[in-house]
Every structure is written in structure tokens, then in C-alpha cells.
Design a binder for this molecule. Sequence first.
Ligand SMILES: C[S@@+](CC[C@H](N)C(=O)[O-])C[C@H]1O[C@@H](n2cnc3c(N)ncnc32)[C@H](O)[C@@H]1O
Length: 333
Amino acid sequence: MTKKEEIIEVINNIYLSKYYKNIKDLISSDESSSLLSGDSRAFLYTLIIKLGLNKVLEIGTYFGGGTKNLANAVLKNNGNLITLDPSKDRKKIIEKEISSWDDELKKLTFFFPLTSSDFFLMKNYAVLDQGIWFDLLIIDGDHSYTGAFSDLLNCSQYAGPNGIIIVDDYNQPPVYNAVKDFLKINSNWQEINNSISSDAIKFSKITPSIKNLPFLILIGPENPSINQNLTSIGKNILGTVKGINLNLAKPCNDGILESRWLISIMNDDKSISMKTLDCKKEIKSGRVNINLNLPYPITSSKKYPMTIDTHLVWNDKVTNNLELSSPPKYVVQ
Ligand SMILES: C[S@@+](CC[C@H](N)C(=O)[O-])C[C@H]1O[C@@H](n2cnc3c(N)ncnc32)[C@H](O)[C@@H]1O
């Protein structure tokens, strides 16, 4: 059995586990300001514990009741939780809710009053680590087709090995359709039970991944990779950047790594300079570490970080897949 198959088996069996039943009894009696049912909250809690997930992203905080449930589970794994909600009406309520928690829960939770698109655009994931990979990403924000689709694209770029994306409200057609279309163009992701067909949608045939839960559960590749789909990463950096470093999970084939760098520098007088730089490197087979240097180092102003977006593609004659063992890291001086 592969690691991925083992994970899928664990997920499919959560419902039957004693742990889930105990947690469900505890959680269901809990008054929670969450739109999720006690069953759903108990499922997410058990999933985090059973799979040892420790970097979690929640899109759609609402009143923070579901967030507290996630934070309690993540605490057991010594992890971190980022939660996002742009609602101006609820910002104060969410902040008040989080400030009422125990210190240890507060410390591991980061709330951003932003839309998910702005969160990714502004590279706020860097609060956790310079090259963050999430273990679990929960999509429950903008339920339109474009909202759910862009969340899926962004979340898949920041998912770690066998990363799990849970999409709430499977029965909302725009959400289901977004998942279906995402899977069509991302063949290295799957719905855990391969139950989403690429045929036309019939509402009566729309089913969740696990009976009685409102979720579609997706799992990503064993190793995130750079391939012929664009891999885009970015960071706000103060200092000098020389290039990017990649650690590979498997020795590579002979191939070519191409990158396009879009750099926006805010000068000390707040004027902006933009640069587009390309660099390309032929890589010999067998390498497990690659340094891709910019044609020349780029330095930010003294006061303001520059924004770097790096777009990468890999081309070889065998798999077109460069499998990574850790998130790409900028080489900063
Ligand atoms: C269905 S509720 C989330 C329920 C919550 N997960 C819970 O457990 O109770 C959807 C939330 O997503 C927020 N939202 C809407 N658009 C969003 C976006 N683009 N990014 C992040 N959150 C968004 C809304 O303000 C709302 O609070």
C-alpha cells in the first residue's frame, strides 16, 4: 500500500474509530459559534490528530467556533493555524473570540481579516515559515465558482506532501463544479474515492466524499513538484536575493529548469521599480539539489521589502516532473 492509499484508508475509517465517537460526544455537547455540525467538527479534529497534521489553513473563519476546534487539534500536534475572513462586520467578533482563548491556542493561531486571494497575493503565509507547505487546507469562504476555483488553485500551490484540501458545501453546484474542473487540469490531485466524474453534472449524482459529511476531500501528490503546470511562489524580502534553492525528493532526469522572476521594488522614496528577469538552467540527471541563480543579485531598498514572484517550469524527456522534498527557498544575503 502506498503512503497515499494508507492516508485515504485512515480518512475513510475515521467515522468508525472510537476516537471519533468520543470526540463527537464531547464536541456535540459544546455550544459552538460554527456553521459546521458537531459531526463535521469532530471529523476535522480526528483527521488532524490521526494524521498528525500541523500546518493548517482555514478559509472562512465566520465567528471562529470552527477555528477553535481546529486550533485545539493543531495544539496537540505542536502546529500552527492560519484563518482568513474578510468580513468587516465580523472582524471585531472574531478578534474578541480569539482573545478569549487560552494563551497556548492564541499563540498558534493567526487571523487575517483578508480575502483568500489577497492573503496569497500579499504572501501572508510567510508568518509561519519562508517556504510554507500546509498539511491541511479547508476551503469554506467564497462559494462562487470563481471563488472556489481560485482557492483550489492557490491552495494546491501551497500544499505539502500528500496535502489534503477539504472543500465544504459539496452540494452547492458552483463549488462542486469548481472541484470537478480543478481535478481535470490537475491530474496529480484526486478526490479520495475517485467519485467525481468528468461527465456533465447531474444534481442527483452529486455526493460528498464521506456519507453524511458536507465535504469533498482531495489529496495531492506524494511530493509537490515543478512540472509543466506553472509553479508560482513568492515572498516579500528585505535584503539581497541571489536565486532559489531546490531540494529534490528523487534524483532528477536530464532536464531544463526555467524561471521568470517578477520583482517589484519599493524605493526609499516610495516610488516603485519593476523588473522581469528570466533564468534557465540545464540540469544533469542524478541531482538532488539545485541552485538557480539570478543573472545578477537583486537588492531591496533599505526600508521596504521587495515583492518577488517566481514562476517555474521543468522540462525533461521522461516524466516532466521535478519532485521536491521541501519548499523552494530563496537564497538571501
Ligand atoms: C460558510 S462561512 C464559514 C463557516 C466556518 N468555516 C465555520 O466553521 O463556521 C463563510 C465565511 O467565509 C467568509 N468569506 C467570504 N468570502 C471569502 C474570501 N474570499 N476569503 C475568505 N473568506 C471569505 C465569509 O465572510 C464567511 O464568514
